[in-house]
Design a binder for this molecule. Structure first.
Ligand code: PLP
Length: 374
């Protein structure tokens, strides 16, 4: 099977992990802060907090900014359910904004009309690794005094106007699942330039527990205080050692993903039966996904099935969140998001990952054209 994405693990990655296994710390040791420091340096942000997955990262980011019951945030339905689920988990209402049909990112011109007195944040998702129109989004946020939390789970390594994704907003969230640009098996991180939020997130990651040096001196070394309601959202040193090693390889991964994307563009340039992704000026795409649309959406299922039958693990990103039964029960079914729904109807993610061979990619292209001929 040729999957739509997969990790690339080399001997350096393996050596980094086994070195931790032979050492003293499996968790809460030095590999975590080393990974965080490297993430912050790579992305140009001041601080990073590593956590067990991107979903926990979203939750902690929302919680650290004080989002709570009765608040609203604005995001897109063309995302993985976690983006809005973590709002719901805090009692925050996700308000969906339709996408642009070119980038499949939140339509920055439609955000302002959705802002109410309850709106606290905008959560743009850099779909497939194409950065959102951040200047316009920041301008709306500034005008209405809203936080911006980037769901950058697809986009570590991507750039907007010459700046790395991760440093541009109040918070940016990464995922390190094996299909994402770099992996720690499961893993995630929140990046911020704000020291107060950074310190709060360190506390939230570990049960909301803090140790005040003055109090421990006065009362005793055992003493700690729980000041926020938090979970155990600690990542391990084993994972962070892998992350540190993967981060060194990220630029190489990106170059390979871009080469795969360029070959698709070349091979499918004259193919009128599909819509290819776009690359707007002033951005660097991370190519987490190569998502095309089958123009005649009535054929998408047949194309999908034919490719799967031939061992090509194509996927569909994403089923619009407001189509999910849980969201429908909450009343989300009534509103229409025409661009999101039209994109979904033809959506098909082709395999793209650093170790995809030329021969395998040629096979994907050949089978895709066969499927379109069906
Ligand atoms: C992967 C992903 C998440 C969740 O990350 P996990 O590490 O799987 O929890 C959230 N949002 C988007 C857009 C994602 O792609």
């Amino acid at each position: 099977m040729i999957p739509y994405s997969r990790q690339s693990i080399n001997e350096d990655d393996i050596a980094a992990v086994t070195a931790v296994l032979r050492g003293d710390w499996l968790t809460q040791g030095p590999a975590i802060s080393a990974f965080e420091k490297a993430l912050a340096e790579y992305s140009g942000a001041k601080f990073a907090v590593a956590v067990p997955n991107g979903t926990a990262a979203l939750y902690i980011a929302y919680q650290a900014l004080g989002l709570k019951e009765g608040d609203e945030l604005i995001t897109t339905p063309n995302t993985f359910v976690a983006t809005s689920n973590m709002a719901l988990a805090l009692g925050v209402k996700p308000v969906f904004c339709d996408i642009r049909s070119d980038t499949r990112n939140i339509d920055e011109t439609k955000i302002e009309a959705l802002i109410t007195k309850k709106t606290k944040a905008i959560v743009p998702v850099h779909f497939a690794g194409h950065p959102c129109a951040m200047d316009a989004i920041q301008a709306v946020a500034k005008k209405h005094n809203l936080f911006v939390i980037e769901d950058a789970c697809h986009a570590i390594g991507a750039e907007y106007r010459g700046k790395k994704i991760g440093s541009l907003s109040d918070m940016s969230v990464f995922s390190f699942h094996p299909v994402k640009p770099i992996t720690t098996a499961e893993g995630g991180a929140i990046l911020t330039n704000n020291e107060d939020w950074y310190k709060k997130m360190l506390i939230l990651r570990t049960h909301g527990i803090t140790k005040d040096p003055k109090k421990t001196e006065a009362i005793g070394k055992w003493y700690y205080e729980m000041v926020e309601l938090g979970f155990n959202n600690r990542i391990t040193d084993i994972q962070c050692a892998l992350g540190l090693s993967q981060l060194k390889r990220l630029d190489g991964f990106q170059a390979k993903r871009e080469a795969v994307a360029n070959r698709y563009f070349e091979a499918l340039r004259g193919e009128s039966r599909v819509i290819l992704p776009v690359r707007l000026p002033d951005i660097k795409h991370s190519w987490h996904l190569f998502a095309i649309q089958v123009k005649d959406s009535s054929k998408r299922k047949a194309v999908f099935d034919y490719l799967q039958k031939n061992g090509i693990g194509v996927q569909v990103h994403y089923i619009p969140v407001h189509f999910q039964p849980y969201y429908q029960k909450l009343g989300y079914g009534k509103e229409k998001y025409p661009n999101t729904e039209a994109y979904y109807a033809g959506a098909l993610s082709l395999p793209i990952y650093p170790d995809l061979t030329r021969a395998d990619q040629d096979f994907v292209i050949q089978k895709l054209v066969e499927a379109l001929d069906l």
